[in-house]
Ligand binder design. Structure first.
Ligand code: BEZ
Ligand code: FE
Length: 329
């Protein structure tokens, strides 16, 4: 199909001599913006005029950043609607989807974070805001299961607090990008149990498999946790239905969450992922980065533990050296 482009100058998407063959379902970014399929010049004028009017409605906005965000949002949203030739029924379905996401959301269940995560929006925002800096540890998704009031533990203590799973000895250091130890770094850790559930999914007030601790004078830290196992994100709501409809799994790669903060340093939100995980790169929230995949060697029953703890069964261990970037980079 050949599209004709005889738009008035003000709304010209592409000069007539630049017109291209467009496949159904495709768009082309010409020098003056996208060309939408099956759209007559008259229709193009109507659609573009609305975009211009909506954008102009922000002219009086006194907050330049808010104005930039709103104008760009409108531009991209309208571009999406025009590119896919969104039907009114489809728009209705989208509104219904968002309404359901709102209804299922409460203090513990956050469907909008799940939506952002499963569309890669969380991961992209993290990429934009955590630029690579001289070997600093990479960041990944926060997820919806962090709580502010996790108990404090001493170095070497067990953060599982009775949550089921194979014990895992976790140790490492916190340093800056020159290798200087960062003592007193606050390390928040949280993870799902071996049944794939976080404490708060059992009961909003329950606290297990989460804690915070502080690095020692040499920047060292150590604690007992659980060997991470794969688990599905909560998929009994609209996001789960969306994943099912598009043929995607709700499973996350096995992981242990960290949030590490220290004065003067960029706060790091990340996880570590065991090597050989069956989900790996198919992580439904796109959170896996190669640098965060670590060996968690399993220790046979009876292997002496680093701190003399008596354990009947197998246990695992992992080393995770954390490098913080300076704040403001
Ligand atoms: C999590 O790791 O806890 C998580 C992350 C994104 C969505 C759901 C759960
Ligand atoms: Fe998680």
């Amino acid at each position: 199909m050949t599209t004709e482009h005889t738009h008035p100058e003000t709304h010209l998407d592409v000069a007539p001599h630049e017109a291209e063959e467009l496949e159904p379902g495709s768009t082309s970014a010409g020098a003056h913006g996208p060309i939408y399929r099956d759209v007559t010049p008259e229709q193009e004028v109507v659609e573009q005029a609305l975009v211009d009017t909506v954008i102009a409605s922000f002219d009086a906005c006194e907050d330049p950043r808010l104005k930039e965000l709103m104008v760009s949002l409108v531009r991209h949203l309208h571009s999406f609607i025009r590119e896919v030739r969104l039907t009114e029924e489809e728009w209705g379905t989208a509104i219904e989807f968002l309404t359901k996401a709102g209804h299922i959301t409460d203090d513990v269940r956050q469907e909008f974070i799940l939506l952002s995560d499963t569309l890669g929006a969380s991961m992209q925002t993290i990429n934009v805001n955590n630029v690579a800096y001289r070997g600093a540890t990479e960041a990944t998704v926060f997820g919806p299961f962090f709580v502010e009031d996790a108990p404090e533990i001493e170095l070497g203590d067990d953060m599982a607090f009775g949550a089921p799973g194979e014990p895992c000895w976790v140790e490492g250091t916190v340093t800056d990008t020159d290798g200087n130890p960062l003592s007193g770094a606050r390390i928040e850790v949280w993870e799902a149990d071996e049944d794939g559930l976080y404490d708060v999914q059992y009961d909003a007030g329950k606290r297990a498999a989460r804690a915070h601790l502080f690095s020692d004078a040499e920047g060292g830290y150590r604690f007992w946790g659980l060997t991470p196992t794969p688990y599905p994100i909560p998929d009994d709501g609209p996001v789960g239905k969306m994943l099912d409809a598009v043929g995607r799994s709700p499973l996350r790669a096995s992981h242990l969450h960290f949030m590490v903060s220290h004065e003067g340093m960029r706060t790091l939100v990340t996880h570590i992922f065991p090597t050989g995980d069956p989900i790996g790169r198919k992580d439904t929230v796109f959170g896996v980065k190669d640098s965060l995949i670590k060996e968690f060697p399993q220790q046979p029953a009876g292997t002496p533990t680093p701190d003399g703890r008596a354990l009947d069964g197998t246990w695992s261990r992992v080393r995770f050296d954390i490098v913080l970037a300076p704040a403001g980079v």
